[in-house]
Design a protein around this ligand. Sequence first.
Ligand code: FES
Ligand SMILES: [Fe+2]
Length: 351
Amino acid sequence: MTSLSPTTQNRDVRQLGINPNHWYVVASSAEVKTEPLGVTLWHQPIVIYRDSAGKIHALEDRCPHRQVKLSHGKVIGENLECAYHGWRFNGDGQCAEVPYLAANQKLPNCDIRRYPVQEKDGFIWLFPGDETLAETISPMGLPEWEHLNYIGSVAIIHCQAHYSYLIENLMDMYHGHLHQDWQAWANPVLQDIDEDDNRVDAHYQAQSYYKIDKIWSISQLFFPALRRLHPEPLDVSYVYPHWASTLGKDFKIYCLPCPVNETETRAYLIHFTSLNAFWRLHKLPVWFRRFVKDICFNAAKGLLEGLVRQDVEMIEEEQQAYLQNPERRNYELNRALVSVQKLMKSQVEKV
Ligand code: FES
Ligand SMILES: [Fe+2]
């Protein structure tokens, strides 16, 4: 179990930074097409671009010539061209071309920072910390993303709040009250918690109607009258800096946060429904299974977005209340949240 120094223990969790020595998701693959994309990960403006060969690069979002944003430029071959005077930069952040360079002038030596970046399982994973560590750690990835037995749906979370509020919301299964039973679980009871230096696993026992074993099972999501509750284990894990949850065998959900600053967080919520029970489907040709997977992609998006809206409203209200009265303390009864706060603090202490 993690032990904290007295100084870290007393730190205000709503003011915490991040441990940059992890892979963070900064965009989905679908968001990075031919145009460069500007993102912010914990105060750092970063430009992501896909070169003409399809490879992803990530650079500081700043042209060293006059400090404007490179994300306003465009991709030329494997370089990124600044919108202002057309200087071009390669994927290593070096100036590769200046259109008006005189014959007797050398290219300026004005490197900008490049970030280790990988495209994996539908998302762009970036390592904002010590570059030498990036090679020793792999991005978490989503094994279900490519798996033909899982149907994925993605919702974007964008809230004006510190990331700790989002993680605490996701780890506290008692907030089903807010969703008025539109969530897949009911009557949760926290059983026990496992914790180590990198993760907190909270095990709840819950009731669920979520069992995807008939072709019409999915309709339970939309028609509460069809639901049959049965007991299921509900596990939620904070695997720093990400979150994952399973409910029985058929339900898997991830949250991949991109903390922007102390009062803003973006995140991707990815839900997977399992088709494991449909063994007849598994005998069909792969192209057909892929077709089913693709055509059903985002089937639960609307439902996820509805839940996210409710959560974001509460999270932002918590942040506002904190900003108005930062000295007020909460009365927390859920032990999992105490563990989560401890993990956030210990991760930041490592930096
Ligand atoms: S500011 Fe970028 S090329 Fe001049
Ligand atoms: Fe929720």
